[in-house]
Ligand binder design. Structure first.
Ligand SMILES: [Zn+2]
Length: 325
């Protein structure tokens, strides 16, 4: 990974859920069938005799429910083998309850995993960033058509919401409140995030320029490895290796999506500060306004959001202000 190349890696881990439920729903129906067919044990059949013998005489203590589950499991396995059946499953009562809550929509909260954790502030930023995406998709109005709930038409939209959550780390009070830091330490940490933000914005500006060069005149006139090294190094002050020019390229001009989202999230933050106040990042009203935007799913374009907030599409005033330029 190139220096300060973290974002593109973690951006690939966007959140998608729900693809596995078709297979699971079939299993669910058949688990009910299995329960009905094989029912709870009882009566004086061979199976229950075997069970009571094991319970009384086996050299280990074996609970009745684990024997019962194993027994049903064995029957289902035999049926699957005999009939080449790939779908019938038996879920133990505990798994079944879990399955029910997974499929009935009776759950709250979102799940996030931060991989390649580096410890410290960077991980919190990654966590907040991905939380923004997760809350956006989790907050879609369920009545929207599938497309607007599940398919990103333009990543510049969802990245507004990841950035606005990440922007919380630029608030000194957040550092003071959650990490018990002194005012001086909090200000320094918040400033560090702004510094990093400025480098990343410059990095993505250079990346987009390089990608446009690359695709416009393939490998000629500075659009190859050397052009990459020159542009990125000049823009950030950090040395970028020429041979990373392909590995560091995001598909589909994603760098342009980021840049648009950067501009927009700064507009959104500016709007929230104006409408709600300096404490926007911990004010419940921010949550109300964001949830109203999340409810629209992926339908609006990033530029439509700009118009609603009262900004020109490419007005970088709020962003420059944020970066202290
Ligand atoms: Zn993102």
């Amino acid at each position: 990974m190139t220096p300060i190349g973290g974002r593109s890696g973690r951006e690939r881990r966007r959140l998608f859920a729900g693809g596995l439920l078709v297979g699971a729903a079939v299993a669910f129906g058949l688990a009910v069938l299995a329960n009905a067919l094989f029912g709870p044990f009882g009566g004086g059949d061979a199976a229950s005799e075997a069970r009571s013998t094991i319970e009384q005489s086996y050299f280990h203590r074996v609970g009745g429910s684990s024997l019962e589950n194993a027994s049903i499991q064995g029957m289902v396995r035999a049926l699957r083998r005999r009939y080449g059946d790939r779908f019938t499953r038996y879920l133990s009562p505990r798994r079944f309850r879990q399955f029910e809550s997974d499929t009935s929509g009776q759950f709250t909260g979102i799940g996030l995993t931060v991989t390649r954790a580096q410890r410290g502030l960077h991980d919190y930023q990654a966590f907040l960033h991905e939380a923004g995406h997760a809350l956006h998709y989790a907050g879609c109005d369920p009545a929207l058509p599938y497309t607007f709930r599940n398919i990103s038409r333009d990543h510049a939209l969802t990245e507004i919401y990841s950035y606005i959550f990440e922007a919380i780390t630029r608030e000194p009070e957040w550092h003071a409140h959650y990490f018990g830091l002194s005012d001086e330490e909090s200000a320094r940490n918040a400033e560090a995030t702004t510094f990093l933000e400025a480098i990343l914005f410059r990095r993505y500006t250079a990346k987009l320029q390089f990608e446009l060069d690359f695709w416009a005149r393939f490998n000629e006139n500075g659009s190859g490895p050397d052009g990459y090294e020159k542009r990125l190094t000049e823009a950030t002050g950090v040395r970028y290796r020429a041979d990373a020019y392909l590995a560091d390229m995001d598909a589909g001009f994603y760098s342009a999506d980021y840049l648009r989202a950067w501009i927009r999230s700064a507009q959104l933050r500016d709007y929230l500060v104006r409408e709600i106040g300096e404490d926007w990042w911990r004010n419940a009203e921010t949550g109300d306004r964001l949830r109203a935007l999340f409810a629209e799913g992926t339908r609006p374009s990033s530029e439509e959001i700009a118009a609603r907030l009262g900004y020109q599409q490419l007005d970088i005033g709020p962003l420059l202000h944020e970066l202290g330029a």
